[in-house]
Design a binder for this molecule. Structure first.
Ligand code: MG
Length: 302
């Protein structure tokens, strides 16, 4: 059990946390954990341990942890679609895939313009069934989180898979797009840029793009928030439009206007978060070598 450690920056944050709710360590033993996704029907959570090439599964009923899939083609980010199917970003196979109800795997996207994708990193499903994902180069930069390979695309971009099939590029002005999430009304897509890892002049930030009236494309982006501790990687929105983001010193919670409300301090770099539990008020946190959780007074978007 970790010590309680909240950094309250705004009075509103006091109402979003439970002062007597500890951050719990649910599991230890990963190298770089990522990609948490909660599956409500089974009351379990899956997450990635990318360098160890495995997806793990934590059972909410009894806390049991088991290997969900290994090898797993170095999966990273996950999402659950509107039918309850798990969607996966795969570094080594450089694709976005789906676990079907019968257990088979369908590759949804692995190339754009006749060239292989870099290494899909994180993914979100919109209410219309479209799947939006980021494609930075981390999974092909070295053999640690995938297979080292030259980049075939002309940069690191964001893509949309249409429910009827077909892939379009929706963002092409970022350095290393990473975590992403829609606002509750799906009027905005938020995307983290971790380009600082490769470009010294790229501030660690989350950008925000207005979704066009057609629901399929985006308007111009603008910087939403800048990170004061490490990098923003994966994040989620709650039903009030707040953003709960990973960062180097824990989880940062932002109001819809970008005000930093507070932090949940963690003694390892956090890579990603997701809401889960029957009330979606339990925040699951992948933090370098551990899986952790804490109950908050907010509910995550589906
Ligand atoms: Mg990521």
């Amino acid at each position: 059990m970790a010590a309680i450690d909240y950094d309250i920056r705004d009075e509103r944050f006091v109402k979003l946390i439970h002062g007597n709710a500890n951050v719990e360590v649910l599991w230890r033993g990963g190298r770089w954990t990522e990609g948490p996704a909660y599956l409500p029907a089974g009351r379990y959570l899956v997450w990635s341990d990318i360098p160890n090439d495995r997806v793990l599964r934590w059972d909410e009923n009894d806390g049991h942890v088991s290997v969900f899939e290994q090898p797993c083609r170095n999966q990273n980010g996950h999402a659950v679609d509107r039918q309850g199917r798990l969607i996966a970003c795969e570094h080594r196979s450089r694709c976005v895939s789906r676990y079907e109800f019968d257990g088979t795997r369908t590759v949804l996207a692995d190339s754009f313009g006749g060239r292989r994708l870099n290494s899909p990193n994180d993914v979100v499903v919109k209410s219309d069934g479209s799947i939006w994902f980021t494609d930075p180069s981390y999974g092909i930069d070295s053999d640690y989180e995938g297979d080292a390979a030259p980049m075939e695309q002309d940069g690191r971009h964001v893509y949309r898979i249409d429910p009827a099939g077909g892939l379009t590029r929706v963002i092409d002005d970022m350095k290393q797009p990473n975590g992403l999430a829609f606002s509750p009304d799906e009027g905005f897509l938020y995307v983290a840029d971790t380009g600082r890892t490769h470009f010294a002049d790229c501030a660690p930030k989350i950008r925000r793009y207005a979704v066009a009236p057609d629901g399929r494309s985006l308007g111009a982006g603008a910087d939403f928030v800048t990170c004061d501790a490490g990098l923003f990687d994966g994040f989620r929105a709650d039903t009030a439009g707040r953003i709960w983001s990973s960062a180097g010193d824990g989880v940062h919670c932002f109001a819809p206007d970008g005000t930093l409300l507070g932090k949940i301090l963690i003694d390892e770099a956090v890579s990603n978060v997701c809401f889960g539990g029957p009330k979606r008020n339990r925040l699951f946190i992948t933090a370098t070598t551990t899986l952790r959780s804490v109950y908050v007074n907010a509910r995550g978007c589906t």
